[in-house]
Write a protein that binds this ligand. Structure first.
Ligand SMILES: CC(C)(COP(=O)(O)OP(=O)(O)OC[C@H]1O[C@@H](n2cnc3c(N)ncnc32)[C@H](O)[C@@H]1OP(=O)(O)O)[C@@H](O)C(=O)NCCC(=O)NCCS
Length: 183
């Protein structure tokens, strides 16, 4: 899905562009994935696991642009990607078509300036217009900022997978499942 481009001034005065990425943004997206994966343990990959090729990035960018049921709200500072919020269907089967999942990651320097809430508002609004009935996400138990944002957006906790994640140091984290009903 291709969304209209939006210029946004953040609480701290910085200006960013939110738009659907194009093929020319593939390397910037890979750089952003690697950077954010190294900044926090709240994402599912370690930086060395960001091994996507430019070719695979072109494919996912193009399939998202052509899709009618998924969208990327990508945040640009100039040519650099500093955040991304995406939603996509849980599955292609008819029985799952009312459900989508949402994910978000901002560079640390863009956290705590209201960007997460803006991206979630845009994504929730678009998912509702498409006809989804519920949006789902998983968040690690110690991600207080994420959990606070999702709660503020109306998501509620419905489940917990114990020891969903095992870090390099051998410690575990639970994953909490949250759902927002749209109707
Ligand atoms: C999680 C994330 C998307 C939140 O977006 P954000 O724009 O930074 O969100 P905010 O800083 O505006 O915080 C949202 C709310 O949490 C509150 N909050 C911030 N830090 C908090 C903390 N440590 N504990 C509890 N609440 C906190 C804020 O006060 C805010 O509520 P308010 O608007 O009512 O004041 C963003 O920080 C991020 O991408 N982090 C790194 C990657 C990540 O964790 N991704 C999500 C994986 S599930």
């Amino acid at each position: 899905m291709i969304l209209p481009e939006e210029k946004l001034t953040l609480k701290d005065g910085r200006t960013v562009i939110i738009r659907t990425p194009e093929e020319k943004d593939a390397q910037a997206l890979l750089d952003y994935l690697k950077k954010t994966a190294g900044e926090t343990d709240f994402l599912i990959r370690y930086p060395e696991e960001i091994t996507f090729t430019l070719e695979s990035e072109y494919n996912i960018i193009n399939s998202t642009r052509e899709s009618e049921d998924s969208a990327w709200f990508t945040v640009f500072e100039g040519d650099r990607v500093v955040g991304n919020c995406t939603f996509s269907p849980i599955g292609s089967q008819m029985k799952f078509r009312h459900r989508c999942s949402i994910a978000i990651a901002l560079e640390q320097s863009y956290c705590s300036c209201g960007l997460g809430a803006v991206l979630f508002e845009r994504a929730i609004d678009t998912a509702r217009k498409i006809g989804y009935e519920q949006i789902e996400l998983g968040v690690f138990e110690d991600n207080d900022r994420g959990r606070a944002l999702y709660k503020k957006m109306g998501f509620e906790e419905y489940g917990r997978i114990p020891h969903a994640v095992r870090l390099k140091d051998g410690s575990y984290k639970d994953e909490i499942t949250m759902v927002l009903f749209l109707q």
